[in-house]
Design a protein around this ligand. Structure first.
Ligand code: MRU
Length: 368
């Protein structure tokens, strides 16, 4: 897949300044603004206000954030350990649903603990933390290309694909996750069309996915969320392609349950009703092999997001309540296949996902 790439750099470590730099997702498509900071509070604010967002990028932010906490600490092993433990917890909790955030924090915390265990100097510990965070980013980018290569065979000439929110470069780095098979198929000359849903209330599908795919010359059109059923039937949609914020991967029947942006479950029901496929694309770092449905918290966001159009015009009468869950859960029965960097898995997911995690290259391991 040599002729497919992206020039967007969603997040990076600035070696010269010792800080994290990111592309502010909240301002796209109006402005492309790069922000950088060495403040943990600023990073947490960026995560909560969706300047930095999307599960794999949250993994990178968790990793770089933990490396930054270490780097900002005094040159003492005790101080580094205390800071990454205390502040790392705060960072990991900045948003609750995407498992990658706490995964990224823990990965770098573990490297720091190992370095301390082997008697490394504070300077060595800080360098090892930054190197580990950079490796997580490299692995995500590489995973996205492999997801593209593994998933492109599921896209054919004439297909009409529906996607939700943004699981592109901005959310996942590299080629993205749900967008990676599209980009790879497009590079191979496959002719298909994409419908991206608005994804109210923050419009990631319209603002971000349309921005990304249009730049790449992919035939993409934006639809409002409530048009999905009608247009999927009228346009003979062949598949929904969604990313994931967390996929349960334990050995129970819950395995394959997919947490993704609100609206995904509805699309899976429409796909089922119309005989279309429901594909989920995600790196193995998005698989949660430990928790059950009862443990997973679906983030409830501020009412203002629903009450107003992007903080502007008020659309809800004063005094009327709103509900604003950011994610939903699609049951495994509705997921036709999950495309990862290690291959494509299908039901029964209580067998296929644990087997996938046995691969030595899997980014997460199933507990014994
Ligand atoms: O609230 P967001 O914008 O962080 O939502 C995350 C998402 O972009 C989606 O749920 C996406 O489909 C999965 S993350 C690659």
């Amino acid at each position: 897949m040599s002729n497919v790439s992206t020039s967007v750099v969603p997040i990076r470590w600035d070696d010269d300044k010792g800080e994290i730099a990111w592309l502010d997702n909240a301002q796209i498509p109006w402005k492309e603004v790069n922000v950088s900071s060495k403040s943990l509070d600023r990073l947490i604010k960026a995560i909560q206000s969706l300047e930095i967002r999307g599960a794999p990028i949250l993994g990178e932010a968790g990793a770089y954030g933990t490396a930054m906490i270490a780097n900002n600490s005094p040159d003492s092993r005790d101080a580094i350990l205390k800071n990454v433990t205390e502040h790392g917890q705060r960072l990991a909790a900045a948003r609750p649903t995407a498992v990658n955030l706490s995964w990224g924090v823990k990965k770098v915390q573990d490297v720091i603990t190992e370095e301390i265990g082997r008697g490394a100097s504070p300077k060595e510990i800080k360098n090892a933390a930054i190197t580990a965070a950079k490796k997580i980013q490299e692995d995500n980018i590489s995973a996205s290309y492999k997801i593209g290569a593994n998933g492109k065979h599921l896209i054919h000439d004439g297909d009409v694909l529906v996607t939700v929110c943004n699981a592109g470069t901005l959310a996942c780095d590299g080629l993205g996750t749900s967008t990676a098979p599209m980009r790879a198929a497009h590079a191979d000359g496959v002719k298909f069309r994409v419908l991206t849903t608005y994804t109210a209330p923050l419009y990631q599908g319209a603002r971000l996915t349309a921005w990304e795919l249009h730049k790449d010359g992919i035939d993409v059109r934006v639809i409002t969320d409530n048009m999905a059923g009608h247009l999927m039937r009228e346009e003979k949609a062949t598949a929904v392609w969604a990313g994931a914020d967390r996929i349960l991967g334990n050995r129970s029947k819950e395995s394959g349950s997919t947490y993704n942006k609100i609206g995904t479950f509805g699309l899976s029901l429409i796909a089922r009703g119309l005989g279309a496929k429901m594909y989920v694309a995600a790196p193995t770092s998005t698989i949660d092999p430990v928790h059950k449905i009862a443990d997973v918290k679906i983030e409830q966001r501020k009412p203002e997001e629903v009450e107003t159009l992007l903080g502007g015009t008020t659309v809800v009468p004063k005094g009327v309540g709103v509900i604003n869950p950011a994610f939903d859960r699609t049951p495994p029965d509705y997921v036709s296949a999950i495309v990862t960097e290690l291959g494509v898995v299908t039901a029964p997911y209580d067998i296929s996902i644990p087997k996938l995690l046995e691969n030595p290259d899997s980014m997460v391991k199933l507990p014994k």
